[in-house]
Design a protein around this ligand. Sequence first.
Ligand SMILES: Cc1cc2nc3c(=O)[nH]c(=O)nc-3n(C[C@H](O)[C@H](O)[C@H](O)COP(=O)(O)OP(=O)(O)OC[C@H]3O[C@@H](n4cnc5c(N)ncnc54)[C@H](O)[C@@H]3O)c2cc1C
Length: 452
Amino acid sequence: MDTSVSIHSLERYLGDLALENQWKFTPPKSKSGKRILIIGAGPSGISAAYHLTKLGHDVSIFEAGPIPGGMMNFGIPAYRLPRNILQAEIQRIMDLGIELRLNYKVTNILQEKTEGDFDAVFIAIGAHISKKTDIPARDAGKVLDAVSFLREVELGNSPKIGRRVAIYGGGNTAMDAARTAKRLGAEEALIIYRRDRDHMPAHEFEADEAISEGIKIHWLRTIKNIDESALTIEVMDIVDGKPIPTGKFETLEADAVILALGQETETDFMKAIPGIEFKHDGTVIVGKNMMTGHEGIFAGGDMVPGERTVTIATGHGKKAAKNIDAWLRNTEFNKPASNPVIKADKLHVWYKTFADTKLQEHLSPEQATLSFDEIVGGYSHDEALYESQRCLSCGNCFECDGCFGACPEDAIIKLGPGKRYMYNYTLCTGCAVCAEQCPCHAIEMIADNSIK
Ligand SMILES: Cc1cc2nc3c(=O)[nH]c(=O)nc-3n(C[C@H](O)[C@H](O)[C@H](O)COP(=O)(O)OP(=O)(O)OC[C@H]3O[C@@H](n4cnc5c(N)ncnc54)[C@H](O)[C@@H]3O)c2cc1C
């Protein structure tokens, strides 16, 4: 009706409130006696650990790195995801009683499963190997890969990048590498990308933020050669979304080149496991229940084909947990059907709102580039209330009692706070008054074919 509710800002507000007030997750009521091994403490592994623990299973996570979080810690820069918040969120989950073994890289999954007496395994090792390119470079020391660059910065070993840095690629990693270079003191950070803005994989807002911080983007350009600080660049054309070389060349000076050409997953050590199949890009093939071709071994997150985001990885962890739980009980997990999507034309709200979403405070680009401090602020209590009150609860009953009051036959029974209503169909005449007044279209009238 006006603008969408900023759900992520409200979730963030609640997350911050939970940390502030030290809210704890409720532990499971009973234990299953089953043991699950999770390999990798990124968002996918941690999400699976949370759901499996809540379902009563004993969970151990084996993590190769020195700290949990995966790419949330070593990829996404601190100015977008502050480390104190991230680690506190993870700790809340670990406090459920999850075993976390750090600095432990798994190389033989079947052996770990047998020796640890695990009933099932969920692998979530992400995609950490930077894709290579064959650009001839005289001084390879000047060429870094973006993932290693961001990781070293995170570990406090920022590499020397000089005054002028070129970043090669058009995804979010390229934007993050450029913005990080700027924060490390590079006077100029320029992104070189072979397509145009309409065809870049980075989010629009990421590119906008990067540009506002003074990052320059050279669209339709590829690097052909790196000779000390001189880069030979070829101008490209775009035909049907594909970059085509034009034969026109330029030169550019850069003290360092950061390659951000995407990541591959390190799955070679899984090749010996019977039944597991891989796609040509090295990702692991899983079924709709997230199980690999090997019974009892499940996988998710960046290491399986699909979109690579924290949201998807977290969702995979939950989906795998539900399916592992069902598999352990010799049943199948069937996701309950979602309510149909209700758009504004189906609502019967008795008021109209024309209120814009409450925007969060942002640091100015000048302030932002001075440090790794978080750029986007959170809501205050009042702002969070304002924003949540804009929610029209489309398709979801919020117990306004409108139907209860409207029904002429007393066919609607209140079940108590949070439990909504029951309908007595013997008393119901199908007059539809309840549905016609329901502000959020949570009641659907269905033809009763038994009535002739
Ligand atoms: C620079 C960058 C910026 C990004 N920005 C965003 C963003 O803004 N929003 C967004 O949604 N997504 C973003 N992403 C993507 C997001 O971070 C990933 O999609 C997500 O972290 C994947 O989660 P995962 O659990 O599958 O893997 P990961 O987060 O990669 O975690 C895998 C974990 O497994 C561990 N591991 C690997 N091998 C082994 C082994 N053999 N034994 C034990 N442990 C092992 C690793 O150390 C790691 O901790 C970004 C990624 C990068 C690189």
